[in-house]
Design a protein around this ligand. Structure first.
Ligand code: BGC
Length: 371
């Protein structure tokens, strides 16, 4: 079968031939891949950045945002049958840590986890994929055209869910108002797919959403946020340190830009007792000068909370599937589908990784057609 592979540490992506995987255990599922998204992590891998091949291989099949159709299910598989749509989760646990043993490799503490398509395990940019049912999540057929958005949405779901849980635990008023996000002022920073999908999850929970990026208001990402009911802030006109005086402060800031300098500036825009959750992964290692004392003072005197969130548990994928369904009911499938701006056939994929047109929101490689 065909697959897209890289040699970690070197730039470029190749269309390669790989043996078709087979179901060998009764709890395994074989999926014919329909679509695989391209994200910043993939582009970093293809540029020669962070990626690791399986121990016995020089090449790594990339891709971690997938949607496929079940073509074979082992005898122990329940709740998934041939013909169903499904996505596989990304991370596989180290097998030693309690989080991993409890099915939460997204919280692995040894750092010895592996990630399909990123770190030590082949990914999903291939015609077929086999994995255990424990890593599969069913997607209803109504979401066929947009099911490839489940993985990026799962990352946003985890970050938002954690922010809400931790605020519920520490804010005195949260016990009296369990739907903490309803009416909450939220700022999404970085309007790529994760930022925009985070905005969807926040709007679905009744939050007031502003989104900050550095594009013109009439370009697709800003316009999509506005149509969702969010307010766009052009970061070129309103730098983060001027956000409070221009648009006020925020109870929750969801960062999805991956720009380290911005992460610290955003503390200025947090309301007292506010929470800032970081999901963007900065690519470089340039030293950064920050006003450490002023930041520490602000954190303490404001009861501020800053934390990072990566990857997602299977339950966050389920939440993502539910929320995509709710988003379709509220805004329509055509509107949500507009997040997928570019669809490339497999043959054009190697070139697609190197291209990043400004009007792109989500690009996907199409491996198969949904009947
Ligand atoms: C993926 C996550 C992964 C992270 C770190 C992100 O692009 O969506 O699943 O854990 O990269 O490798």
């Amino acid at each position: 079968m065909r697959a897209l592979a890289i040699r970690p540490g070197t730039p470029g992506v190749l269309l390669v031939e790989r043996p078709e995987p087979a179901v060998r255990r009764p709890d395994e599922v074989k999926v014919q891949v329909l679509a695989v998204g391209i994200c910043g992590t993939d582009r970093e891998e293809v540029a020669g950045g962070r990626a690791r091949a399986p121990d016995d291989q020089a090449e790594l099949v990339i891709g971690h945002e997938m949607l496929g159709q079940v073509v074979e299910a082992g005898s122990d598989v329940r709740g998934l049958k041939v013909g169903d749509l499904a996505v596989f989760t990304v991370r596989r646990g180290c097998g030693e840590d309690l989080s991993c043993l409890l099915g939460r490799p997204d919280m692995c503490r040894t750092g010895r986890y592996r990630e399909r398509g990123i770190w030590g395990l082949d990914g999903f940019q291939a015609e077929y994929v086999v994995d255990r049912q424990a890593y599969a999540v069913r997607v209803p057929p109504e979401l066929a055209e947009i099911g490839v958005l489940v993985e990026p949405l799962s990352v946003a779901e985890k970050a938002i869910d954690e922010a809400v849980r931790v605020q519920m635990a520490r804010l005195p008023e949260a016990g009296a108002a369990p739907a903490w996000l309803a009416g909450c002022r939220c700022l999404v920073v970085g309007l790529g797919p994760i930022g925009l999908l985070g905005a969807v999850a926040l709007r679905l929970r009744g939050a007031e959403v502003c989104g900050l990026d550095v594009v013109d208001p009439d370009t697709p990402r800003a316009a999509w946020l506005s149509a969702l009911g969010g307010s766009y802030i052009d970061g070129r006109k309103v730098p983060p340190d001027r956000v409070p005086e221009t648009v006020g402060t925020f109870d929750l800031i969801f960062e999805a830009a991956g720009v380290a300098a911005l992460d610290f500036d955003l503390l200025q825009a947090l309301a007292p007792s506010g929470v800032l959750v970081l999901t963007g992964i900065p690519g470089g290692d340039r030293p950064l000068e920050v006003p450490g004392e002023a930041l520490a003072r602000r954190l303490v005197l404001g009861n501020l909370l800053v934390f990072g969130s990566v990857n997602a548990a299977r339950d966050h994928y389920r939440l993502a599937v539910d929320d995509l369904g709710r988003a379709v009911c509220r805004w329509g499938k055509e509107f949500i589908g507009r997040l997928i701006t570019h669809r490339y056939p497999v043959e054009a994929a190697p070139e697609a990784f190197g291209r990043h047109p400004p009007e792109e929101i989500k690009a996907v490689v199409e491996w198969g057609a949904w009947p």
